[in-house]
Design a protein around this ligand. Structure first.
Ligand code: FES
Ligand code: FE2
Length: 417
C-alpha cells in the first residue's frame, strides 16, 4: 500500500527558495498554523490595540488570540493594564468577548472578585488561612509606544522592541494617539492565511489594478518600480516624485518631524518599518479627494501637510496623517482565516458632523480593506490548489515580501523548527 507522510515543518522551511513565495504547506497546514501562533503571536511583540480603546477608568475590552484571552483595561488610577482572562480559582473566563465597563472584575462562576489592578479582593468560603495576595490575575508584559499597545506573552520578550520604541516615541508624539478618539472601527475576516494578509499589505504592486480610491492619495511608486517598465513620460514623473520626496523629507526633518525611512525587517526579532510618505493630489489625507477629513487636527499638530507616517509590524499596519490615523491589527483565527481590525482615530474633541464627516473619513480604507480581503481570499484559494508552485517576487516591487518570508523562516528556525 502506498503510504504518504506529511513532511515536517522543518523540511517545508528548507524547501523555501530565496526570492520566492513560501511553499504551500506553510500557508495552509494546521500544524504550521499552531506553530505560527506560538512563535509569532506568543513569543514576539504584537500590537493588540490602543490606549484610546479604553479611554476611561473601568473601560475594558477582550482580545482573543488562539486559546489565549486577554483583557485590556484602564484601572482606577488611569493606568493601562493587560491581564489574562482566566480566573485564579478554577480558571473560568471572567469577561465575554467585546467591550464593557466594569468597576471590578467579578468571576461569574463563584464570584471571586478582582480589582482593576488584577488583585484578588474577595473570595468567599476559602477559610482564614487563604492567601489572596498570591492569586492576582496573571499580568501580561506590555509597552505603550506613543499610545499603541504592544504585548508579549513570552517570559523572555525580545529586547529589540527598544529600537521600535526609540524611533516611534518621537515620531508619534505630535499625534497624541494616547488621547485620540476611536471614531470608527471595523472587523473584517479575510479568508486567507495571516502571512498572505501581511504579504498583501507589504506591496503596492497590486494597488493600481485594485485600489482606485487609495490611489488618489497613495503613491504606489514609493514601494518600488522597475524603471525599464515605465514609458518615458511615466519615468520622468517618477523621477520628479523622488526629487520632491527628497525635498519634502528634508523640509519635514528641518521642521522637527523625523521622516526618513527606518526599518528592521530581517535578522531581528521585532519586525518594523516606518517612513513619512508624500500624500499625492491635495496632499493632506487618505480621503476621496486627498483633503483633510477632520477640521480638528490630531494632537498638537497645526498643519495638514505632514504626509502619511506609515508603520508596519508583523501583525499591524498604520497610517498617521495630520487630521486622522488609520490603525489595523490582525489576529489569525485559523490557517485560512484572519481577523483584520481597523480603527479610525481623530482628535478626542472632534465631533462627528461638525468637525468631520464619517463617510469622508472612512471610505478610502473601508473600500481598500474590502478589496484586500478579496485579493487575499483569491490568493489563498490558489495556494491551496495542488497546481500551486511558489512564484518569484518582483525584485523591484516585492523586495519587502522577500524580506518578510526570510524573516519568517529565520524566526521559525530560532524557535526550534
Ligand atoms: S472559577 Fe472563578 S470564582 Fe470559581
Ligand atoms: Fe491592498
Amino acid at each position: 500500500m502506498l503510504q504518504t507522510f506529511a513532511s515536517s515543518i522543518s523540511s517545508l522551511l528548507d524547501a523555501r527558495a530565496l526570492g520566492h513565495s513560501l511553499p504551500a504547506g506553510l500557508y495552509t497546514r494546521e500544524d504550521v498554523f499552531e506553530a505560527d501562533l506560538d512563535v509569532f503571536f506568543r513569543r514576539h511583540w504584537i500590537c493588540i490595540g490602543l490606549e484610546c480603546d479604553v479611554p476611561e477608568a473601568g473601560d475594558a475590552t477582550v482580545i482573543d488570540i488562539g486559546k489565549t484571552s486577554l483583557i485590556l483595561l484602564r484601572d482606577d488610577d488611569g493606568q493601562i493594564r493587560v491581564v489574562h482572562n482566566v480566573c485564579r480559582h478554577r480558571g473560568s473566563r471572567l469577561l465575554d468577548a467585546g467591550k464593557t465597563i466594569v468597576s471590578k472584575l467579578v468571576c461569574p462562576y463563584h464570584t471571586w472578585t478582582y480589582e482593576l489592578t488584577g488583585e484578588l479582593s474577595h473570595a468567599p468560603h476559602m477559610g482564614k488561612g487563604f492567601d489572596k495576595e498570591c492569586r492576582s490575575l496573571k499580568p501580561v508584559t506590555l509597552k505603550s509606544i506613543g499610545g499603541l499597545i504592544y504585548i508579549c506573552l513570552s517570559e523572555h520578550p525580545p529586547e529589540d522592541i527598544g529600537h521600535l520604541e526609540h524611533v516611534m516615541a518621537e515620531r508619534l508624539a505630535p499625534y497624541d494617539v494616547r488621547n485620540a478618539k476611536v471614531a470608527y472601527e471595523t472587523d473584517v475576516i479575510e479568508h486567507g492565511n495571516w502571512k498572505l494578509t501581511i504579504e498583501n499589505n507589504r506591496e503596492c504592486y497590486h494597488c493600481s489594478a485594485n485600489h482606485p480610491e487609495l490611489c488618489v492619495s497613495f503613491v504606489d511608486l514609493d514601494f518600488g518600480f522597475d524603471p525599464e517598465t515605465l514609458s518615458p513620460d511615466d519615468r520622468a514623473q517618477a523621477e520628479e516624485h523622488f526629487e520632491l520626496y527628497a525635498k519634502r523629507t528634508e523640509q519635514w526633518e528641518n521642521d522637527g518631524y523625523p521622516s526618513a525611512a527606518v526599518e528592521q525587517l530581517v535578522f531581528c526579532s521585532t519586525n518594523f518599518r516606518t517612513q513619512r510618505l508624500i500624500i499625492s493630489g491635495a496632499g493632506e489625507s487618505q480621503t476621496p479627494d486627498a483633503t483633510a477629513a477632520s477640521a480638528k487636527l490630531l494632537g498638537s499638530i497645526t498643519r495638514k501637510d505632514l504626509g502619511d507616517t506609515h508603520l508596519w509590524g508583523h501583525n499591524s499596519w498604520k497610517h498617521f496623517m495630520g487630521d486622522h490615523a488609520v490603525v489595523s491589527t490582525i489576529i489569525p483565527l485559523s490557517a485560512d482565516t484572519t481577523l483584520v481590525r481597523t480603527k479610525w482615530l481623530v482628535h478626542k474633541d472632534a465631533v462627528e458632523g461638525v468637525d468631520y464627516d464619517l463617510e469622508k473619513l472612512t471610505s478610502v480604507w473601508v473600500a481598500t480593506t474590502d478589496q484586500d480581503a478579496e485579493l487575499v481570499a483569491r490568493n489563498h484559494a490558489g495556494v491551496e490548489d495542488p497546481a500551486y508552485i511558489p512564484g518569484p517576487y518582483s525584485p523591484f516591487t516585492e523586495t519587502n515580501l522577500d524580506k518578510f518570508a526570510t524573516w519568517y523562516i529565520d524566526r521559525m528556525r530560532a524557535h526550534g523548527y
